[in-house]
Design a protein around this ligand. Structure first.
Ligand SMILES: [Zn+2]
Length: 207
């Protein structure tokens, strides 16, 4: 490729990138407008379970718009497979239904990934029982209860996982075997905590 051809090539690549960016912007705007239609559904804001269901239904109906990595990173399959989500809604979320139109629906995220993250963060916040422990690694993180299934043994363990970084620990106090592969991570509800006989003082459990 001579200099002239290289120049043309760069122009083309640049043009293509711009176009993709523009398309992404248009798609994000279109998707955002559609997402905001949830605001027309008054019942969606009557209760946390209604709100959870409204958000999850929207994700279900629009899932093909989003890239697989972002869906995986936010454990969307686990949310979609969760039977009886009403048994998982925590008593005290940090959210207030009256404030959600402002918090969730006023500011358009710049990208589709950003929108999906914002929705799934909210969905997980609605069903994750938080402990009173802070993350020992990062300053901001709080530790929430989850169940992990170990791939080789199918054994389930209750864990505390940071909502900010990748830190987690076994509630049993046992040391995590680094060779274990995790098959899946599931939310944990009150019954699960009791079942695992966890020693906990979760602020969300009994208010
Ligand atoms: Zn952390």
């Amino acid at each position: 490729m001579d200099t002239k051809e290289r120049g043309k090539y760069n122009l083309l690549v640049h043009h293509k990138k711009e176009k993709t960016k523009l398309m992404e912007q248009l798609l994000t705007q279109k998707t955002w407008n559609d997402f905001r239609k949830i605001l027309n559904d008054e019942e969606a804001f009557y209760s946390f379970i209604n709100y959870y269901s409204a958000l999850l239904d929207w994700v279900k109906n629009n899932i093909e718009i989003f890239d697989t990595p972002i869906l995986q990173a936010n454990r969307i399959t686990e949310l979609l497979n969760l039977k009886h989500p009403e048994m998982y809604i925590v008593d005290n979320t940090g959210l207030s239904l009256g404030m959600e139109s402002e918090r969730m629906f006023s500011y358009r995220p710049e990208t589709l990934d950003g929108l999906m993250m914002s929705i799934t963060d909210t969905l997980w916040e609605l069903i994750t029982i938080m402990s009173e422990k802070n993350c020992p690694i990062c300053d901001d993180g709080g530790l929430g209860y989850f169940i992990i299934e170990i791939a080789s043994t199918k054994k389930r363990e209750l864990i505390l996982e940071c909502n900010t970084c990748i830190y987690f620990e076994l509630v049993s106090g046992e040391k995590w075997n680094e060779e274990n592969k995790i098959l899946r991570i599931l939310p944990a509800n009150k019954n699960d905590l009791e079942k695992f006989n966890a020693e906990y003082n979760a602020k969300n459990v009994y208010g």
